[in-house]
Ligand binder design. Structure first.
Ligand SMILES: Nc1ncnc2c1ncn2[C@@H]1O[C@H](COP(=O)(O)OP(=O)(O)O)[C@@H](O)[C@H]1O
Ligand SMILES: [Mg+2]
Length: 161
């Protein structure tokens, strides 16, 4: 599944559409360079879940847990940038979190140590159509890859509509 996204607002909306699909225990992994829009997507996803606290980059704290506001799901937001290995991700002991979804920026190298099922979101900047001097400008190409049984029957193409 592929989609072009032109603004940060659109990226938030796309994140919220992903958020609608999620159930407790789901894992979403985000890939793409610094400034691609990964955290922006998670903001929309967190808004959709209605979690407590502003979603900002967890780069320096590695992980941040946003509690559910009412009966909903909590959001565990991880940035794996500073992790040295997958076992570090396991050491974070995040899966003792009940009723939560896990969103891991830059988690691709480690996610298989953590779960058998995940949704990958690949974000890239289209530099030909982007003002390269302005890190905040431009078109993003987003593609989704679903791994494992959990996602087998989910129609990801709907997310593009
Ligand atoms: N189409 C777009 N999608 C997402 N972010 C965009 C887009 N266009 C511009 N931006 C800007 O790019 C930056 C992305 O930053 P961020 O989400 O923190 O990236 P990452 O987490 O991938 O490092 C933000 O300043 C955002 O406003
Ligand atoms: Mg980020």
């Amino acid at each position: 599944m592929n989609i072009s996204i032109r603004t940060s607002d659109e990226m938030r909306k796309f994140g919220s559409r992903i958020g609608k699909l999620l159930v407790a225990g789901d894992v979403v992994v985000l890939d793409g360079p610094l400034g691609a829009g990964k955290t922006t997507l998670v903001q929309g996803l967190g808004e959709q879940l209605g979690v407590v606290g502003a979603v900002t980059s967890p780069t320096f704290v590695v992980s941040r847990i946003h509690k559910a506001s009412t009966a909903g799901l909590a959001l565990v937001h991880v940035d794996a940038y500073r992790l040295a290995s997958g076992s570090d991700l396991v050491d974070l002991d995040l899966d003792h979190q009940q009723n939560a979804v896990f969103v891991i920026e830059w988690g691709l190298p480690y996610v298989a140590d953590f779960t058998d099922d995940w949704l990958e979101v690949h974000v890239s900047r289209d530099d030909e159509l982007t003002d390269v001097a302005d890190p905040a400008s431009g078109l993003r190409d987003v593609s989704l890859v679903a791994v494992g049984k959990r996602w087998q029957s989910v129609d990801l193409a709907k997310l593009a509509q």
